[in-house]
Design a protein around this ligand. Sequence first.
Ligand code: FEO
Length: 170
Amino acid sequence: MLKDQVKELLVQQVNKEFYSAYLYLNFANFYQSKGLAGFANWYQVQAQEERDHAMLFNQYLLNNNAVVTLDAIDKPDTTLETLMDPLKAGLAHEEYVTSLIYNLYATAQDVRDFRTMQFLDWFVKEQGEEESNAHDLITRMELFGSDPKGLYMLDSELKTRVYAAPSLVL
Ligand code: FEO
């Protein structure tokens, strides 16, 4: 049985992960409008992963007999102008999500909810990978983005990213 404070944060996290998917879909649409189909693909895949995260939190709640009532998803609030804007906003967003996961973990720890801590372990690792990917994209954009050929090559590489279902199965 989940404690109220843990359950509340888990339900909020469903919303935050769907918001992440929405945010990244907005990034994908921005890049598509700029003719960068590879960047658009990368963020479309990212949006799919975020939707998976939302579904995993939802399923974990259901598996623990929680009644889940969903809230409205916010409008993506990022103003996008330069090609670098989504990349920087993406990193800032992932750092924010990491702080949410850590807060959830600390709350679960406070009430000795070891099952939720174990569930969250996968997300702690995932956040490390997502922050690293976001850093990497910024670095490569700084290195190659101002050169048209470099940008073309980077876009071509990002076009090859394919969606894979999450390794966590509930
Ligand atoms: Fe689901 Fe990118 O955090």
